[in-house]
Design a protein around this ligand. Structure first.
Ligand code: PMP
Length: 359
């Protein structure tokens, strides 16, 4: 069997440790005589899985007692509607920084329910930086950011100081890549398919006081109360995705040794690639240095024909999904938690050789 190094932005690589356990347990989950896929979500075995998963997320991220951890469906994109439907209140207005496609989609969706105070945008330079100068209005219900911009490869290194206004952040492409101070946020959410597990699961971490009564026209499934009051089991949750998420959290805790260690590994991987880009005469990183993401690394040669040749030859060498997002072009290496250091080494070796042959 030969496995490729998959640089996809998501769904992306899962730790082999996780995949092997999932394979071993496929037909008979720990003596239950059945696969987790076949198991009732109301069973003792599944309750133990979801409880363990939540407990591990709470320990890894040091989630305070007054925050709920919810396991939802509909992808991160469903949160773009669910957040305004639940968190808009007094002002019917939201503050937001536009750092690319995902914050823009969130903005377009929330505008269906109220006003958006767009305080800053980096659209002027194709989202290659994180805006630093802006004022946060006080007449807003919450302030919204996309913390790591998957497509453009930028990341907030310091969070906006929103004072008493709840900060709501999309961590889809950086959750679990480093420790975070959950108390700085009103709510965090993330689609699972990058650093948490398979697609189909969205994790929401929300401060309890933000789970309010909502208009009774809000669909039951889009009301945080529904899920918070029913242990994420109002209806059938994505059971297998939650099980794999539990395995990924087990890997993070017991194999990696927590998020400080994960961060150190991610920094080492990213440094290898960024150091190469900074000295290369052929390849160029597209993001300003201080805002570079540890997870998504976009780069270009400046020549679309050469970019395409690179992507094709890399694929043949077992380095797959390096094509940049269709809105940006060029290349993008997504090096999430599960990408081993050797994968980045192989990529840099390949880029070095390609540069020699195509300079
Ligand atoms: N936010 C970010 C930062 C993303 O990268 C993505 C998709 N990869 C989304 C939201 C949308 O996620 P989903 O496909 O789960 O709706």
């Amino acid at each position: 069997m030969s496995r490729v190094y998959n640089f996809s932005a998501g769904p992306s690589m899962l730790p082999e440790w996780v995949l092997k356990i999932a394979a071993d347990e496929m037909l008979d989950f720990r003596g239950s005589g059945q696969s987790v896929m076949e198991m009732s979500h109301r069973s003792k075995d599944f309750q133990a899985i979801i409880d363990d998963c939540e407990a591990r997320i709470r320990r890894l991220l040091k989630v305070p007692e007054n925050y709920k951890v919810l396991f939802l469906q509909g992808g991160a994109s469903t949160q773009f509607a669910m957040i305004p439907l639940n968190l808009m209140g007094e002002y019917k207005k939201v503050g937001l920084i536009n750092t690319g496609a995902w914050s823009k989609k969130a903005m377009q969706e929330l505008k269906k329910y109220g006003e958006c105070a767009l305080v800053a945008t980096s659209e002027d330079k194709t989202y290659t930086y994180i805006p630093k100068e802006y004022e946060i209005p006080t007449d807003i219900d919450y302030f919204y950011i996309c913390e790591n911009n998957t497509i453009y490869g930028t990341k907030y290194k310091t969070l906006p100081d929103t004072k008493d206004i709840p900060l709501v952040a999309d961590l889809s492409s950086c959750i679990m890549s480093e420790p975070v101070d959950v108390t700085k946020y009103g709510m965090i959410f993330a689609g699972a398919q990058k650093n948490i597990g398979p697609a189909g699961l969205t994790v929401v971490i929300i401060r309890e006081d933000l789970i309010k009564e909502v208009d009774n026209k809000v669909p039951t499934m889009l009301n945080y109360n529904t899920h918070a009051n029913n242990g994420s089991m109002y209806n059938t949750p994505p059971t297998y995705a939650i099980y794999v998420c539990d395995l990924v959290m087990t890997w993070l805790e017991d194999v990696v040794g927590g998020l400080e260690n994960m961060k150190a590994i991610n920094e080492k991987k990213a440094k290898l690639l960024y150091d190469f880009l900074d000295q290369s005469k052929l390849f160029k990183g597209t993001v300003v240095k201080e805002d570079r993401s540890l997870m998504n690394v976009p780069f270009v040669t400046g020549d679309p024909v050469l970019d395409a040749k690179f992507v094709k030859e890399a694929t043949e060498a077992g380095l797959v999904n390096l094509k940049g997002h269709r809105s940006v072009g060029g290349m993008r290496a997504s090096i999430y938690n599960a990408m081993p250091y050797e994968g980045v080494e192989k990529l840099v070796e390949f880029m070095t050789q390609f540069e020699k042959e195509n300079a």
